[in-house]
Design a protein around this ligand. Sequence first.
Ligand code: AMP
Ligand code: ZN
Length: 468
Amino acid sequence: MRIYNTLNARKEELRPLEPGKVKMYVCGPTVYNLIHIGNARPMIVFDTFRRYLEYKGYEVTYVSNFTDVDDKIINKAIEEGVDSSVISERYIAECLKDMEGMNVKPATYAPRATEEIDGMIDMIQTLIDKGYAYEADGTVYFRTRMFQGYGKLSKKNLDDMQSGHRDIKVTGEEHKEDPSDFVLWKPKKEGEPSWPSPWSDGRPGWHIECSVMSKKYLGTTIDIHAGGEDLVFPHHENEIAQSEAANGETFAKYWMHNAFLNINGSKMSKSAGNFFTVRDIAEKYDLQVLRFFMLSAHYRSPLNFSDELMESAKNGLERIKNAAEKLDYMEQNAENRSFDFDEGEDREFGAEYLKKFEEAMDDDCNTADAIAAVFELVRSINVTMTDSSSTALAERAEEVLKTMCGVLGIDLERKEEALDFEIEQMIAERQEARKEKDFARADKLRDKLLAMGIVLEDTREGVKWHRK
Ligand code: AMP
Ligand code: ZN
């Protein structure tokens, strides 16, 4: 299997440190809001890559963190007048719901930065002891010029960066020895969450969090570190510098980065109204459609989100589900139990498409081509299978289809889609029951709706609902 390694700017054969095992770390979201569909891209593509590794027999330890201490979280907490942990806990819970809807497998470990502060203080102390970091006025900085390999991931050169950097020292960072040095620890400001440390009551910088969580759950050297391409610099470059300086070993063998998701051809931006949360999409589509849409492009190609492309993903998924349904029907109704070789039935039916599928996935996780192989299989099912086909053939075809869809994380079970007016009717009945104080009936209706995948929200403006 070959994957594109950003570190060496080429596709390389995957050779894990320990045969048969893959240790993988994917930078997770900062939890200050519902996740947006851009955040969903790394979640979906790296989950698919993990599923493929597992399909190939690797034992994968998959770590993805939650960044739960950050300026954006603190600002939101101030806005709402609550503790910042209230904000982060709320959005971690919401993020987990979205991940479930998108069929993203739970990580082996999903650490939270705020629970790993001791490890961060230890690593920062090691960096100070080794001369890679210095303290000034309660702030600790990393001395980038001390680390020989600085820039090796992003291909940046410190001297070039310097010329564009001259006035970059921001307030509170006057003590930096060099403008490219970055913060490992900063003192708290009034009202901010903080932890005691040898340098000040304060909090860690963002980059040190991932270096420490990766080391704790996966060890000093890992196989794959992944995230969106915006993280290459400075986040991942700084993670390498910190980890390799502190541990004296290679941090990660392979670096994988997904390209960005844009909306209608432009960058996603909240202020321009060009922005969707995963929850927005869930109101209109089953999140499987979003997953299928994300996988329709190669993860390193920019992907444009639009209504037309979502509709086309929905139709494509429908075609696959129809084929699965046809096979189910045949298994239950076909008369012949075993292969009918007179009819030219093939015990190896679908093998050529499975081969194409694997070749695509082996080539840097090319889900676009892998999906093309799924459609070829579907076409063949539609053409080959007739009323007189055997159960064995239908079972064989279903096995191949399920294997491919399992790797892609596509669930073939069709959810009974209730129509909007039926839902509205049941909600009205529930309101009626509540008015009559028949709460048992009201609860029953709520549960029934939930079983149909409909979530109710009682708001001041009345009952709102959305699909799970
Ligand atoms: P953040 O919460 O901003 O740290 O982002 C979490 C993850 O989502 C990171 O891996 C980002 O690179 C990724 N990400 C953010 N926006 C987008 C986008 N528009 N397209 C693809 N990935 C994104
Ligand atoms: Zn990270």
